[in-house]
Design a protein around this ligand. Structure first.
Ligand code: ATP
Length: 142
């Protein structure tokens, strides 16, 4: 349930409810959305830390170009699913407040499932790419 979306810090500003006037204004709102997800969603912070770790391991093992491509697909899938999950949560909370509804539960649970599937996909890709390197690394050092 979201409680921090209302943005107390922006209370002094006139809220914008009209279309953006230019690219910079659009970019500013997109970056604000990015910041809100990182700030408010614990899972997103976990995904970012996991992504940084995977990228560091990729550099360590000097993985190839096509492996990097799959890592990019995996990371983007997880982060995109987390964004969609956050959008669904915000809309459901906006409409429902604290009221329980079976359809609200369906929407939130299915949105969470999409993140789970994307994360599982990322784990499988990570295993397919890194298992041979890790196996070789263990053989060399043990
Ligand atoms: N209005 C509601 N009506 C019915 N069920 C709800 C409602 N709000 C939340 N739930 C149930 O509670 C669960 C958790 O709610 P919510 O997604 O808001 O929590 P969260 O901690 O932000 O989740 P996440 O771990 O995905 O970030 C939902 O998956 C859903 O099953």
């Amino acid at each position: 349930m979201h409680s921090g979306w209302k943005g107390k810090k922006n209370a002094h500003r006139v809220p914008q409810v009209t279309k953006n006037n230019n690219f910079l204004q659009s970019l500013g709102h997109a970056l604000n959305g990015l910041w809100l997800v990182v700030k408010d969603e614990r899972n997103m912070r976990f995904h970012i830390i996991a992504s940084i770790l995977v990228i560091a391991i990729g550099f360590y093992f000097k993985i190839g170009r096509s492996d990097w491509l799959w890592i990019c697909v995996a990371i983007t899938s997880v982060i995109t699913a987390e964004f969609l999950n956050t959008i669904v949560e915000a809309i459901v909370d906006l409409v429902m407040g604290n009221q329980y509804h079976e359809l609200a539960k369906t929407a939130k649970d299915v949105a969470a499932a999409s993140t789970l599937i994307a994360a599982a996909f990322a784990v499988v890709i990570g295993l397919l790419i890194f298992a041979p390197y890790i196996y070789y690394f263990i053989e060399l050092h043990l």
